[in-house]
Write a protein that binds this ligand. Structure first.
Ligand code: 3EB
Length: 354
């Protein structure tokens, strides 16, 4: 069930199907002035709940009602294409938009009945159906938001329930939940996410190159100490964005060394460890491509568990990387109860996969 959008502009001849990202305020998003590009979708933070109608066509805006911290204003990470025309459609619970080369999709799934495990399974089953329907079969990046992520879900933490359903959906769709898993993040909301479990994704036609972090056990190989089924994500993904550009999509990164959380209760040390992990992911990415990324070039999103920690986390980040002085920061629960901070990021640079 798809329909052709009326949106069409004459870009395709000159710069066909180039993916890029832009950080916009809400006015810029609504004005639609993206430099002649079309918006596949936008991951939005801090949008007033009243503005969010989960049943309506979102126009590509995937809103999250997470508290903004410090000087952070509402913003949209817009995923843009220079492709010629957009097609939009629905596959089960997923709304998607594509130019035929890149796709952005989103779903908000109420957990009406059944467990979060079942909701996760349904969500990912619909995501995989959407990928087929929109002709962009390869996942590049996922964003997962779960109400009350650390709460008990009947003998098992809800995040661990989510991991069971997610991994099973990958397996049933004949998608490898281990090597080659997409980049992702998984955060907890206070339950204010419109509609319950929220998943957003960016997809393309070609598989990205997964990136691991040698300081950390691959998440898809975590031991059973962290749940009966491992999480399904890689530490980052490198995707050819067209036009000679390479995108580095860095998963949620936290204070984990090996497979264990470190610096319990010390948000400063956790932030510093997270920075070391981000640098290790960049170094690891460099071994798989000719592009060169610096921490300063990354567009980070900072999640802190306790709003009161936002100031000190911001200070540590600004000291390590001055260009991160105003990094957007929101309150969210991290997927392990002992983690206080998590950072995700993306960047584009000229280069190619090795
Ligand atoms: C970690 O490294 C921290 O379940 O999709 C980071 C990124 C984390 C993605 C996910 C979880 C996920 O294990 C948590």
């Amino acid at each position: 069930m798809t329909e052709v959008d009326a949106l069409s502009r004459g870009w395709s001849a000159r710069a066909p199907h180039v993916l890029r990202a832009e950080r916009l305020d809400l006015t810029q998003w609504r004005d639609g002035h993206h430099d002649g590009s079309l918006a596949l979708g936008g991951v939005a933070w801090g949008l007033p709940r009243a503005d969010v109608d989960v049943d309506a066509d979102s126009g590509g805006l995937a809103a999250l009602d997470t508290p903004l911290l410090g000087p952070t204003q509402p913003w949209v990470d817009a995923w843009l294409t220079r492709g010629g025309a957009l097609r939009s459609g629905r596959s089960g619970s997923v709304q998607w938009r594509t130019d035929g080369h890149w796709a952005f999709g989103q779903l908000n799934l109420p957990e009406a009945q059944g467990s979060l495990e079942q909701a996760a399974y349904r969500a990912y089953r619909d995501v995989f159906a959407a990928l087929e329907d929109c002709g962009c079969p390869q996942l590049l990046r996922l964003w997962n938001y779960l109400p009350r992520i650390n709460a008990d879900g009947g003998g098992l933490e809800r995040y661990r329930q989510f991991n069971i359903g997610r991994q099973q959906a990958f397996m049933d769709a004949q998608r490898d939940p281990f090597d080659g898993a997409p980049a992702a993040c998984a955060l907890g909301t206070a339950g204010a996410t419109p509609g319950g479990l929220s998943v957003r994704f960016l997809a393309g036609r070609l598989a990205p190159k997964p990136v691991e972090n040698p300081r950390q056990v691959s998440a898809y190989r975590y031991s059973r100490a962290y749940g009966p089924r491992a999480p399904t994500f890689s530490r980052a993904a490198l995707a050819d964005a067209g036009g000679g550009q390479l995108a580095l999509l860095v998963s949620g990164t936290a204070s984990i060394v090996g497979e264990h959380s470190v610096h319990h209760g010390d948000v400063v040390a956790q932030t510093q460890e997270t920075l070391r992990n981000l640098q290790a992911v960049i170094d690891s990415a460099h071994r798989g491509c000719s592009a060169r990324y610096r921490l300063a070039d990354l567009h980070p999103t900072v999640y802190v568990r306790h709003a009161a920690d936002a100031v000190v986390v911001g200070q540590v980040l600004a000291q390590a990387e001055p260009s991160w002085r105003d990094a957007p920061c929101v309150q969210a629960d991290i997927c392990r109860a002992d983690l206080l901070v998590e950072i995700e990021a993306h960047a584009f640079a000229p280069g190619a996969l090795a």
